[in-house]
Unconditional design. Structure first.
Length: 113
């Protein structure tokens, strides 16, 4: 059973940056598309970014130009670099294996002054 473990969340001021990581274990990581999702209090979980096995990417309109998703297949890790953070980016961020429909436990990101 694949396990996804997110890290890198925390408290940051508006305009700041954070880098989230998601480490996968027990799977053939490179063949799967991987996604980052987020869920704010009282809201539905939403897609933030996806990276496909060939390296192409897709972003939510709300994060385009500010967030970058990347992957290191040798390390079985997917990253989300978040720049120019806004208070509305505050949420729990989840890693997701798009092919296996497997979720991590989430990491809290809070953007506040």
């Amino acid at each position: 059973q694949e396990r996804l473990v997110e890290s890198g969340g925390g408290l940051v001021q508006p305009g700041g940056s954070l880098r989230l990581s998601c480490a996968a274990s027990g799977s053939i990581f490179s063949i799967y598309a991987m996604g980052w999702y987020r869920q704010a209090p009282g809201k539905q979980r939403e897609l933030v970014a996806v990276i496909y096995n060939g390296g192409s990417t897709k972003y939510a309109d709300s994060v385009k130009g500010r967030f970058t998703i990347s992957r290191d297949n040798a390390k079985k890790t997917v990253y989300l670099q978040m720049n120019s953070l806004k208070p509305e980016d505050t949420a729990v961020y989840f890693c997701h294996n798009e092919g296996r429909n497997n979720w991590g436990q989430g990491t809290q990101v809070t953007v506040s002054s």
